[in-house]
Design a protein around this ligand. Structure first.
Ligand code: FMN
Length: 402
């Protein structure tokens, strides 16, 4: 940490006051709560935090929050009209989103739950909760706990099964302009194929995100995502039965993600999303055993962003299909970072629990940032941090030497 500069004055300018003892106060900002301004970006219109999370200042006994008058600001030379910025994101097979900000599976339900608090129509796309062939009750409680800069969850894919999901939600999705991608999970290739067959041709289903971080019962419970062959096999099998856009979601819980990503791309995926949660655990307060009912949980939130950034950086250098970045996004800076390492779009996950309005706000902030920088589209922001030469050490697997 940098030492603070001390300002030494002669003491003549002002009469020296007897120093008053002040109580020591520290503001602790939850890693998950609250919008943060982007580095170098200009302040936008006043932002209203989600009432359920941040109570109004007045309710805490403080002064009422009076937003400054938001008058129009003259544009600088070279600056564009934000409304004219093209944010369309092409994820392949005809799936072109109005903007590159999606909401991540498991953090936005089936979309319907948020329809009263979020302007659903302004999201790039919605990835719904993981859906299996049959209903699942999920793991025993406790199923979530907070961690430094993140959370652990072991929901265990609780869902009512694909038929109920389609019956309850697809008719609603069909009326939305925002595409809904169904996140598909399974414990065998047959189960994945069974779910996907049911999704084919259903109005309201715009595409599939394959969650391959599931145990493969046929292989002793080894996750599909950790083995290139198994990941390719499930992708290939699903590809054969669907014409829907197919996104396959990578797990970070592997030594080298590159061969897995390339195998999935070769097996016919239209796009990749990265990353799912990192495997972790927490203990009971008295340390008599694991805290979560399932022992292990998935770590998400800002704590995992550096891992996600590294994985997206590695993957975008070895595949030609679009990559959607996920992991710890809480502000525009995170979005810009993921674009810079080659992501074409992003998903916001855990941060939604604290700030449901964040994804839509990020769309506005990205648009404004492009306009200020004179970009007519967000595409010039993609890949700026990737090595200029192909075959850079980072693409060969020599990225980390402690
Ligand atoms: C409570 C919870 C439930 C999740 N459920 C799913 C799921 O059903 N399918 C899936 O592919 N990912 C699931 N995820 C993972 C997220 O989609 C995302 O990949 C991960 O949380 C990392 O992003 P974040 O740090 O922005 O949350 C879940 C995450 C959380 C926190």
């Amino acid at each position: 940490m940098k030492a603070k500069k001390r300002v030494v004055t002669s003491g003549k300018e002002r009469p020296v006051e007897k120093p008053k003892r002040r109580p020591t106060t520290r503001t602790i900002r939850s890693a998950l709560v609250g919008p943060k301004p982007a580095k170098g970006s200009r302040p936008g219109p006043p932002q209203v935090a989600a009432p359920a999370v941040v109570p109004p200042v007045a309710a805490l006994g403080g002064p009422a929050l009076v937003p400054p008058p938001a008058g129009p600001r003259a544009r600088r030379p070279g600056e564009l009209d934000p409304a004219a910025v093209d944010l369309r994101a092409d994820l392949g097979r005809g799936l072109v989103l109005a903007n590159p900000v999606l909401v991540a599976s498991g953090t936005f339900g089936y979309g319907v739950e948020y329809a009263d608090v979020v302007d659903i129509g302004r999201l790039g796309a919605i990835c719904c909760k993981g859906t299996t062939l049959n209903p699942r009750l999920g793991n025993p409680p406790p199923r979530v706990t907070e961690t430094p800069a993140g959370m652990l969850n072991s929901i265990g894919l609780q869902n009512p099964g694909v038929d109920a999901v389609l019956e309850r939600y697809a008719p609603l999705w069909a009326g939305w302009s925002t595409p809904v991608l169904v996140n598909v999970a399974g414990e065998s290739i047959e189960e994945y194929v069974g779910v996907v067959r049911r999704l084919e041709g259903v109005p309201g289903v715009a595409g599939i995100e394959l969650n391959i971080s599931c145990p493969n019962v046929g292989k002793g419970g080894l996750q599909f995502a950790i083995d290139a062959e198994a990941a390719a096999a499930v992708t290939r099998a699903v590809r054969r039965v669907t014409e829907l856009p197919l996104i396959v979601k990578l797990s970070p819980n592997v030594a080298d993600v590159r061969p897995i990503a390339t195998a999935i791309a070769a097996a016919g995926a239209d796009a990749l999303s990265a990353i799912n949660t990192l495997s972790g655990m927490a203990l009971r307060p008295d340390r008599t055993g694991p805290f979560l009912g399932n022992t292990y949980g998935g770590l998400s939130g800002p704590a995992i962003k550096p891992v996600a950034l590294r994985i997206v950086y590695e993957v975008t250098q070895v595949v030609d299909i679009p990559v959607i970045a996920i992991g710890g996004i809480t502000g525009l800076d995170d979005v810009l970072d993921f674009l810079a390492v080659g992501a074409v779009a992003v998903q916001v996950g855990t941060a939604i629990f604290a700030d449901p309005g964040l994804p839509v706000r990020l769309v506005d902030e990205l648009r404004r940032q492009c306009a200020v920088d004179g970009h007519g589209s967000y595409r010039p922001l993609i890949g700026t941090a990737l090595p200029r030469r192909p075959g850079a050490p980072s693409a060969r697997g020599a990225e980390y030497r402690p």
